[in-house]
Ligand binder design. Sequence first.
Ligand code: SAM
Length: 239
Amino acid sequence: VSFGYADVTPAEKTAKVGAVFSSVARRYDIMNDLMSAGAHRLWKDDFVGRVRPRAGEAILDLAGGTGDIAFRLATSGASVTVADINADMLAVGEERAAKRGIAGLTWRAANAEAMPFDDAFFDAAAIAFGIRNVTDIPAALRDIHRVLKYGGRFFCLEFSTCEWPGFAKLYDAYSHHVVPRIGQAVAGDAESYRYLIESIRRFPDMQAFAGMIRAAGFSRVAVTPILGGAVAIHSGWKL
Ligand code: SAM
């Protein structure tokens, strides 16, 4: 499997991704604002609008990190579980929730590849900017399918491949030259941001990823590109 520019063993990737997020956890939220010029907030609003959480539903925010998606889901009155493999990201999330007075979220340390949840437990599952960091993506997609109820829905927000030629060039230059510099200046960590950019470049394109979701057992798989596919929302149903 790949970690940034290097090929590594699966165990090494999991360990290195862990180190990246432990390193960036404290600066994670401000970095998202800086690097996307605040746009990640709009993408996340749009994403949660599509998930359409309802009061009383059980919803999984997988790779939920510092809680951005969970906080939005929770305004519906749904019962939200935030699961993430990284205890440092979860700790920042729990602090943010306490500061904002958001109660009632469940925070769980969990690997997406083998989650500590019962079969058919959730009405919906969401993962935002998480799936490309998972070492065994097909295993994670199968486990998401397992924990959903029949009739349950899955939504994934992730960087993908921009199909607008002019914009793709600009975006490429921005991500390779500007992002690591912001990472260095603000978080003192260019290396983590180099990994994050390289992992975007290596992630399967929209159609290939849709195929992986189908292969995990989902039906009615659909994709909505944002900015020509620089970001994409995939969805599917367990039927
Ligand atoms: N969803 C949040 C958001 O949109 O702001 C956080 C996204 S952050 C870029 C990616 C998260 O994926 C990190 O918190 C990381 O710990 C988590 N992650 C990576 N591999 C994972 C795995 N195998 N299982 C669960 N979470 C994982």
